[in-house]
Design a protein around this ligand. Structure first.
Ligand code: SF4
Ligand code: SF4
Length: 340
């Protein structure tokens, strides 16, 4: 279990950082009233912290031990009722390993029936568990986009972050997704890979990494994918623990602040996404969810969705937000701008 969210925030706030006031930086970037939402496009539902893995960088602090924090059927139905009141075109299902929630397939089917674009954020290895071996075909039939986290296209870097044997299992899962039609340019079988660096540095250029990964994975393993998104590691939860243990916290935050990219602010995911937690609480993003910073509305719960209040709220920010605005910017959809 990570350090308590309030202590994580206090630790970041206590660092001596020139230019370390996020709201001031955002103000200078053209948002003098702070971060405000645009139209709601993506309804992101975090259906639990249960995961078959326990990765070093995990910002969700997920793992096999997180059996309590899983969305129940009543809350999933409340999400669907709320979704019906919004204009969101995409439902982004995340976790933990969302496939481990017993209501995952029900949720996907309900969203597909509503004509939504559905994203499954998948850790790949979950597809090898006996109970879930049919998932590639099942997801393909429904046109679900699969966004898979893979730290690197090389075994050494991936296993260092996710544990020995993870890379080989991930490649096997990618083969199964390819066999189901994913990763070959079909817009109804989109396979996206998600990379985050295995250290205290920012990812390289998303476009050139995509070319390198496509070539490397095809040449060495015979697997294909459609696009790569590169994420900055957020200085929270288990990754913050690692920064602390390795003595990198100050330097990493300086790096994030120094790489602030004003051009990344407009595309921040908190501006077009609403994030719902396993218990129905509403957040501006998945990171704020992990830091227990709910959206700034009177009743931040999916059961009490007040679209007017949400549209006029100010996004809750903190120093962790510099993780989203560094370099090319970073969001669940990848870079939010051209590289600074
Ligand atoms: S990073 Fe993803 S795969 Fe790893 S423990 Fe967290 S949720 Fe599970
Ligand atoms: S951490 Fe969340 S609130 Fe902060 S900038 Fe990133 S997406 Fe927005």
């Amino acid at each position: 279990m990570s350090v308590a969210p309030a202590a994580q925030l206090a630790r970041l706030d206590a660092l001596p950082l020139d230019g370390g006031d996020f709201d001031a930086a955002v103000g200078a970037a053209g948002f003098p009233a702070g971060l405000t939402p645009g139209g709601l496009e993506i309804f992101q539902i975090n259906i639990g912290r249960l995961c078959n893995m326990s990765c070093r960088h995990c910002h969700v602090d997920a793992g096999p031990h997180r059996t309590v924090e899983n969305m129940d059927r009543a809350t999933i139905d409340a999400c669907l009722a709320a979704l019906d009141r919004t204009e969101a075109h995409t439902v982004d299902i995340t976790g933990g390993a969302p496939e481990l929630n017993p209501h995952f397939r029900y949720l996907v089917d309900q969203c597909v029936a509503r004509g939504k674009h559905v994203i499954d954020r998948c850790n790949l290895t979950v597809l090898l568990l006996p109970k879930h071996e049919d998932l590639p075909g099942w997801l393909a039939e429904r046109g679900v986009e699969v966004v898979c986290s893979l730290p690197h296209h090389r075994k050494l870097n991936t296993d260092a972050q996710r544990g020995d044997g993870t890379f080989d299992r991930s490649i096997e899962a990618l083969r199964r997704l390819n066999a189901a039609g994913y990763g070959q340019g079909d817009p109804r079988r989109v396979l996206t890979l998600m990379h985050n660096p295995a250290g205290a540095f920012l990812p390289g250029s998303q476009a050139s990494m995509e070319r390198e990964w496509k070539a490397g994975l095809a040449r060495n393993h015979g697997v294909t994918f459609d696009r790569l998104i590169a994420l900055n590691n957020m200085p929270i939860s288990r990754y913050l623990e690692w920064l602390e243990a390795s003595g990198n916290t100050q330097a990493y935050l300086e790096k994030l602040v120094g790489a602030f990219n004003p051009g990344a602010v407009g595309g921040l995911m908190c501006r077009n996404t609403l994030s719902v937690a396993w218990d129905g609480t509403l957040y501006d993003c998945d990171f704020n969810q992990m830091l227990e910073l709910p959206s700034a509305v009177a009743a931040p719960n999916v059961r009490d969705l007040d679209l007017t209040a949400l549209a006029s709220r100010r996004v809750v920010t903190g120093r962790h937000c510099f993780g989203c605005t560094a370099g090319a910017g970073s969001s669940c959809g990848g870079a939010t701008s051209k590289e600074a």
